[in-house]
Ligand binder design. Structure first.
Ligand code: PNS
Length: 170
């Protein structure tokens, strides 16, 4: 059985992420969508919210597991018995960083092969940060995030914006 891991912050999951999830789920027997929990990095949405958003927008996919981790990706990779790490590439600007990460992961774990999937056209300019910024100023995010989570994202961003101690997250 070929198992792939798609890791990311998913703060929040966007249509660009969902496109990668749907395509990767067809390429592998099982896809673990892995929510990274970095204690040094503040996020707009909690681990539980990010996981629940992904679960809610992937109910149509049968070979998906959603999990979270707070260590090295390669440690999770070894423990899970996965074969491949999947990453989405939006533009050439993503490539340098992602290429470096793939080399580090391979160095830490020689079985950790990374497969890059190019984003679809619509996802090329899309990022979670942009979605949060647009939502902060009450812009229209409906074509950037799955409908099922749109209202929760708007509420979450406004919640952070109204907390003056957390404003810098956005
Ligand atoms: O969505 P993001 O923020 O681009 O995802 C980045 C992520 C979570 C995939 C990356 O930061 C990661 O793998 N973090 C775990 C720590 C790790 O293993 N780093 C690689 C060695 S420096």
């Amino acid at each position: 059985m070929r198992t792939a891991i798609y890791p990311g912050s998913f703060d929040p999951v966007t249509c660009g992420h969902l496109d990668i999830i749907e395509r990767a789920s067809k390429l592998f027997d099982k896809l673990i969508v892995l929510v990274s929990v970095n204690p040094l990095k503040q996020t707009c949405f909690t681990r539980e919210e990010r996981i629940e958003f992904i679960r809610r927008v992937t109910t149509h996919l049968t070979n998906i597991q959603v999990d979270s981790f707070d260590g090295l990706l390669t440690d999770y990779f070894k423990k899970s018995g996965a074969n491949v790490i999947v990453k989405g590439l939006r533009a050439m600007s993503d490539f340098e960083y992602e290429f470096q990460m793939s080399l580090v992961n391979k160095d830490l774990c020689c079985n950790a092969e990374t497969v890059f999937l190019p984003s679809d056209l619509a996802g090329t300019f899309l990022s979670s940060s942009m979605v949060k910024q647009i939502a902060l100023f009450n812009g229209d995010i409906s074509s950037y995030v799955p409908t099922e989570i749109e209202e929760d994202i708007k509420r979450g961003v406004q919640r952070i914006a109204s907390d003056k101690n957390k404003k810098e997250i956005l």
